[in-house]
Design a protein around this ligand. Structure first.
Ligand code: SAH
Ligand code: MG
Length: 197
């Protein structure tokens, strides 16, 4: 398992696929140990690396639903997941998350947002709709190489930066949520329902 996982990681890095960074993964591992999830939703599978890592913390009968729109990556993810015997636990939904999310009617203990940055506010709205009372929403890359917190706003990444700022504003200002923005990896936002909500 460890060996195969390292191979997946090395290959993804070689191909410049933005898989979860080690320090971010450490934080997520800690959270997963606490919440003991039965159902996880991931937006952005890539080649399955993060989903495979998270699957270690699933309760018995637990499931990860993970969404990916890139056909080649879906193929690679299916291959990796099957080789590790995790195809009963990790369920890949192929297509655009913007279209797939509104069709889902499950409740999740964790939602991991890790796809198109320009869509984070929409992903948040969908994640909140499906989040269990004790669930947690994690959003990766929210600080986007420091662009989000600087006065950076003229570039092709402008829409991404604007939407990431909007995401942060929403999770920090929503009176029902408790949010921490952690400076691990490329920035990780951790949001849960406020107690008593
Ligand atoms: N979570 C993975 C990395 C995901 S990289 C890991 O840590 O191992 C982000 C992925 O999101 C890319 O593979 C990209 O194709 C996918 N993606 C981006 N926007 C998407 C969308 N709107 N719907 C579905 N997948 C999307
Ligand atoms: Mg990421």
């Amino acid at each position: 398992m460890k060996e195969k996982l390292n191979k997946i990681k090395e290959e993804a890095l070689k191909e410049h696929i933005p898989i979860i960074m080690d320090d971010t993964l450490e934080v997520v591992d800690k959270i997963l140990k606490q919440i003991k999830p039965k159902k996880i939703l991931e937006i952005g599978t890539a080649v399955g690396y993060s989903a495979i890592c998270f699957s270690e913390y699933l309760e018995a009968d637990g499931i990860i639903d993970t969404i990916e729109r890139d056909e080649e990556r879906v193929k690679e993810a299916i291959k990796n997941i099957t080789e590790l015997g995790l195809d009963k636990k990790i369920n890949i939904l192929q297509g655009d998350a913007v279209e797939i999310l509104p069709t889902l009617q499950n409740k999740y203990d964790m939602v991991f947002i890790d796809a198109a940055k320009g869509k984070y506010p929409f992903f948040l709205q969908q994640a909140l709709r499906m989040l269990n009372k004790t669930g947690v929403i994690l959003a990766d890359n929210v600080l986007y190489k420091g662009y989000v917190m600087s006065d950076y706003n003229k570039h092709k990444q402008r829409t991404a930066v604007r939407n990431l700022r909007e995401y942060i504003a929403e999770v920090t200002q929503n009176p029902e949520l408790e949010t921490e923005i952690l400076e691990v990896g490329d920035g990780l936002a951790v949001s849960k329902w406020k107690k008593g909500m």
